[in-house]
Design a protein around this ligand. Structure first.
Ligand code: ATP
Ligand code: MG
Ligand code: MG
Ligand code: MG
Length: 479
């Protein structure tokens, strides 16, 4: 089944169950200052759950564009390295605002997966909430009893508060959830880890696909739970992961959501996907990031030096860096992928077709300006190398390159290692710490590229520069 059909089947299934199909909200909600980007399907419906607004229909279904690159959900570091976390992904969902509850939500999820999509039930297992002593609530026996009508009891696993209890925030609607996972490992893979606990298995082919949240409590200011008079259903299924299961492949990147983009990258760069790990990571990063950046621009969030725009700029630059370093692309090329993306997703998300020209222009310009920075940085780095005596390059010099000229530290480390030199990482981190202190002290927002934003200006994003610099230093050694 093609991805377009998988998406429309989901929506029509719930339409038949009396849900209204609504379009995806933009990824940046102008009227919600608590959230930088929409990171789950429920975000646009928050006011319904809080009882501040009434939906026309108590049942809604949609495919919501989500971005998980900041705040509570930040998957950026996984992207490219694993095969099932994206920055931008579609979350398919069905909602009940004070209407149906667990019985229908579970029965319909099962019906859709097994009877409609034809998923083999032997690859499915589910989780339910085990209960919480501190909150004075027991195991979700209600969900357990419904599930056992459909699935063998040894495939119903109990999960803790972290995985199986959803809360909107410190206060407000919350409740247990039940997740559906798939195990698409080959027989050989299964034999290797025979009998190991499925819940704690960290395996790329044992993944969560659908989360069914049962909002039945309200968390009060004093931390106590009270039962909600109107109970709600909020479900979210990862579209790209569902496509992986239904198309019988083992990675989201092997579904037709991504293959057209990957083929285009191959054509442009003359690299081949699937032969070399470093190249593959770069191709996955770029094919993922172009979606996030393109849809942000189409939704009106342009790259900039502050707030959400800065996050988008960073994502694009991350893609440029991978292309520059691993695919030898020294001139703009990511903007050329927008055409394929628009053909692939423009029917379901018309904003991409409508804004295609703008999206291409903005990405191309961003690429050009960052590549210029990289070029200048390379010249300066070569000078530093020439001046270096011995085989260790000063952390302070590398920091200057990073801080003043916007040259990414991971690239410095990589280039140095290729020249048989080492970076004084400790010295670099010390300079970074000093700079962080300075930036905290400064009240005004920095507008330089690649410097750290101060806490007040952008709380949830502080430290990301540091983190990425550190993480990437180790990562580059690995790949
Ligand atoms: P995971 O444990 O795999 O990180 P999650 O528990 O954080 O997923 P939820 O918040 O429950 O995810 O979101 C609902 C569904 O959205 C998940 O079951 C999954 O299918 C999908 N999903 C979540 N994060 C991503 C992502 N970064 N990329 C693609 N799909 C995702
Ligand atoms: Mg997650
Ligand atoms: Mg999870
Ligand atoms: Mg989950």
């Amino acid at each position: 089944m093609k991805s377009q059909d998988i998406r429309s089947k989901f929506l029509s299934f719930f339409e038949e169950k009396k849900h209204s199909i609504v379009p995806s909200a933009p990824m940046v909600l102008k009227d919600d200052p608590t959230l930088m980007f929409v990171n789950s399907g429920m975000a646009p419906f928050k006011e319904y759950f809080l009882g501040n607004a009434d939906p026309k229909n108590k049942r809604i279904t949609d495919s919501q564009k989500c971005l998980r690159v900041s705040g509570k959900h930040n998957d950026l570091e996984e992207v490219g390295y694993d095969t099932y976390h994206h920055t931008l992904f579609e979350m398919l969902g069905n909602w009940s605002f004070g209407d149906y509850f667990k019985k229908e939500a579970i029965a319909w999820a099962w019906e859709l997966l097994v009877d409609v999509y034809g998923v083999d039930k032997d690859i499915l297992y589910v989780t339910i909430f085990e209960g919480s002593q501190e909150d004075g609530i027991g195991m979700d026996t209600e969900a357990y009893d419904i599930w056992k009508e459909f699935i063998a009891e040894d495939r119903i696993l109990k999960g803790n508060k972290k995985d199986n209890f959803w809360e909107m925030g410190e206060q407000g609607p919350c409740g247990p959830c039940s997740e559906i996972h798939v195990d698409i490992r080959s027989a050989e893979e299964k034999a290797k880890v025979n009998g190991k606990d499925l819940v704690n298995m960290d395996h790329p082919q044992v993944v969560e696909i659908w989360n069914l949240v049962f909002m039945q409590y309200n968390r009060k200011a004093n931390g106590a739970l009270e039962t909600l008079p109107n109970k709600h259903i909020d479900t979210g299924m990862g579209f790209e992961r569902l496509c992986m299961v239904l198309q019988g492949v083992q990675s989201n990147y092997d579904t037709d959501v991504f293959t057209p983009i990957i083929r285009e990258i191959e054509a442009i760069t003359s690299k081949v996907y699937g032969k070399d790990e470093k190249t593959d990571i770069a191709i996955r990063v770029i094919s993922d990031h172009v979606r996030a950046v393109a849809f942000s621009i189409a939704d009106g969030q342009l790259p900039s030096n502050t707030g959400a725009g800065y996050v988008i700029r960073r994502i694009l630059r991350r893609a440029v860096r991978y292309g520059f370093t691993f695919l030898d692309k020294k001139e703009p090329f990511i903007y050329r992928l927008v055409d394929v993306l628009s053909k692939k997703m423009g029917d379901a998300f018309p904003e991409m077709k409508a804004q295609k020209q703008l999206v291409e222009n903005v990405i191309k310009e961003e690429e050009q300006s960052f590549l210029r920075t990289l070029d200048q940085g390379l010249i300066l780095l070569n000078r530093i190398v020439e001046e270096t005596k011995g085989d260790i390059v000063s952390g302070a010099k590398a920091f200057e390159l990073y801080d003043t000229y916007g040259f990414p530290i991971d690239l410095t480390a990589l280039i140095l290692s290729e020249k048989g030199l080492k970076l004084d990482e400790k010295g670099f981190t010390e300079e970074l710490e000093k700079q962080k202190k300075r930036s905290r002290a400064a009240s005004e927002m920095s507008t330089d590229d690649w410097t750290i934003l101060n806490d007040d200006a952008n709380e949830e994003f502080v430290g990301y520069d540091t983190l990425e610099a550190n993480v990437k230093l180790t990562r580059y050694r690995k790949v």
